[in-house]
Write a protein that binds this ligand. Structure first.
Ligand SMILES: C[S@@+](CC[C@H](N)C(=O)[O-])C[C@H]1O[C@@H](n2cnc3c(N)ncnc32)[C@H](O)[C@@H]1O
Length: 526
């Protein structure tokens, strides 16, 4: 607040932001500074509120960009209602709500109406955005949830508070449903630390005495080995929780031979096989040695490879990383929170920090959830191949984190004064299905990649071979179009003196065994 007459909000890009320079540049390219004061004038001009919100939102979106979104940001021309990603849009809108809340708590009576009007406009935008961008889970009736209800009662008797109930959701097994209309800021679920499964629990056991002597063993592995045995402990404090866990997880780690065969030739298969090999190696390091040396602590029938894989899938698909009040990050299993499914447009975005005042974990809403609607989390900014491998599902809708990494051998690119250095060290392209421009050759290679290619045009490099490693992870027709576009961009960016493009491809789709080097004379392009 400035004076009684003027009311303004300041949006500031923190200098501690790891991408301060890039974001500052982007803000400046849109006519904003890193610290922008926006005046809220309750003028009689029609549409002043929408115009003000538009400006606030443009700045807040840039401030809230993460690294991947920032890489594509210059090209994702974000006009009025278009967003960089659902995550970014919800973060940006919520950051403005937070600012209005802070301002409301300190402002003079004169400005309350303006700020409340602004707050309501943003809340309406959040609600509309959720309605337009979310895929709603369909509740399956006629499914009993007795075990889940028992777990809920157990939780409540231990101090848990919730506005959610558990139900079966089509295609996702169980999920959490709002019991009543919930609004932004409401706490959908509050879990006391006392019922969270974390490494401290294992410290009280004999098993810990043995495991702590193993060089380099992580607390995650210790917990995983503990859970393999605890699942069968009839006296466990967490028996009701273990009883609600599925007997079989269907993550990529345990895909059947038929499923694996279907993936033949894709990088998704490579990701799955690498993860499985890693787990096999980990298992072989520990077993059968632990069973042989300590059969009472590690009964061989509980520590088979199949049971180890079950526990790995449990921890990959159900655990959460939680920041405790002591500042330590712990990987935990959280009864009831483990029923929340993932959405690309989640209701709950921040849940990873214990509130020291209540010693509990709070799941607050970043967008409203109506009574009977499924309430979803974000598991993180993961690609679909990661979600298939470690969680066993493909999210519905466009996943902004589906990118194709490019490993470009151009480290000796010369600086060219005409072309600004963008400082990106890794490059990628997006799945073309995420492009808003569907004309041929106009799928929009990201500006950082184009800058990199342009700088490679320096005279010194013209005589050199330009090598592009292009990886096609999950292949589709549209990905071939990206490939065509890369050829095209390189063709147009390369001088006529360049003789050849060497393009080693991982041509998995056509079943060409390994890396194939295509030497394509540039004159052969038309
Ligand atoms: C933390 S658990 C969530 C609760 C789980 N649905 C259950 O019944 O136990 C994570 C698992 O839920 C499923 N899941 C989560 N989000 C999903 C989604 N959007 N679509 C389909 N399945 C999903 C996947 O099987 C994933 O491994």
């Amino acid at each position: 607040m400035d004076t009684d007459e003027e009311c303004s909000i300041v949006l500031e890009l923190s200098e501690r932001d790891p991408f301060f320079d890039k974001k500052k540049k982007l803000l400046q390219s849109k006519g904003f500074s890193p610290k922008e004061r926006i005046y809220l004038k309750s003028s009689s001009k029609p549409g002043w509120m929408n115009a003000t919100v538009e400006v606030l939102l443009q700045i807040a979106r840039i401030v809230q960009l993460n690294e991947l979104e920032l890489y594509f940001a210059e090209d994702d021309v974000c006009t009025s209602m278009e967003s960089y990603s659902p995550r970014n849009e919800l973060e940006a809108l919520n950051s403005i709500v937070l600012l209005t809340d802070i301002s409301l708590s300190t402002c003079t009576h004169l400005h309350t109406n303006i700020l409340q009007g602004l707050r309501q406009t943003i809340l309406d935008l959040i609600s509309d955005f959720g309605d337009k961008n979310s895929v709603k889970g369909v509740v399956e009736k006629n499914h009993s949830c007795d075990q889940e209800e028992r777990l809920l009662e157990w939780g409540e008797s231990n101090g848990l508070m919730t506005q959610l109930k558990i139900a079966y959701i089509e295609g996702a097994s169980r999920g959490a449903i709002a019991r009543k209309d919930l609004k932004v800021g409401d706490i959908a679920l509050e879990i006391p630390v006392s019922i969270i499964i974390s490494e401290e629990l294992v410290h009280e056991t004999d098993m810990y005495g043995v495991l702590k002597e193993i060089d380099g063993i992580s607390s995650e592995t210790i917990l995983l080995l503990w859970s393999m045995k605890e699942k069968y402990n009839c006296d466990s404090k967490f028996k009701i929780y273990f009883d609600t866990l599925p007997e079989k997880f269907n993550t990529g780690l345990s895909f059947s031979i038929q499923a694996i065969t279907m993936l033949d030739g894709t990088l998704l298969l490579e990701e799955i096989m690498q993860a499985r090999q890693h787990l096999h190696a980990q298992y072989d390091e520990l077993f059968p040695a632990l069973c042989n040396n300590f059969p009472d602590i590690f009964p061989p029938e509980l520590y088979t490879w199949e049971k180890f894989l079950w526990a790995c899938e449990l921890w990959y698909s159900n655990s959460m990383k939680i920041m405790y009040s002591d500042g330590k990050l712990r990987t935990c299993l959280i009864p009831l929170a483990g029923f929340l499914n993932h959405s690309l447009c989640p209701h709950v975005m921040h849940y990873g920090k214990v509130d020291p005042a209540t010693n509990s974990l709070k799941f607050c809403l970043s967008r409203p959830c109506r009574s009977g609607e499924e309430c979803c989390l974000s598991y993180g900014n993961f690609s679909s191949s990661h979600l298939i491998t470690f969680y066993g599902f493909l999210p519905q809708g466009d996943n902004s984190y589906d990118v194709i990494p490019l490993d470009i051998d151009g480290s000796d690119v010369d600086s060219n004064e005409d072309i600004p250095v963008s400082n990106w060290t890794t490059h990628m392209v997006r799945g073309t299905w995420l492009s808003k421009d569907h004309r041929i050759f106009n799928y929009g290679l990201p500006s950082p990649l184009l800058d990199h290619l342009r700088r490679s045009r320096s005279p010194m490099l013209r005589t050199k071979t330009f090598v592009l490693f292009f990886l096609l992870p999950i292949l589709s027709c549209s990905q071939n179009l990206i490939l065509l576009e890369v050829f095209y961009a390189m063709y147009s960016l390369t001088s006529e003196r360049t003789k050849t493009l060497h393009i080693p491809l991982l041509l998995t789709r056509v079943n060409i065994p390994a890396r194939l080097i295509l030497n394509i004379p540039i004159t052969h392009f038309s």
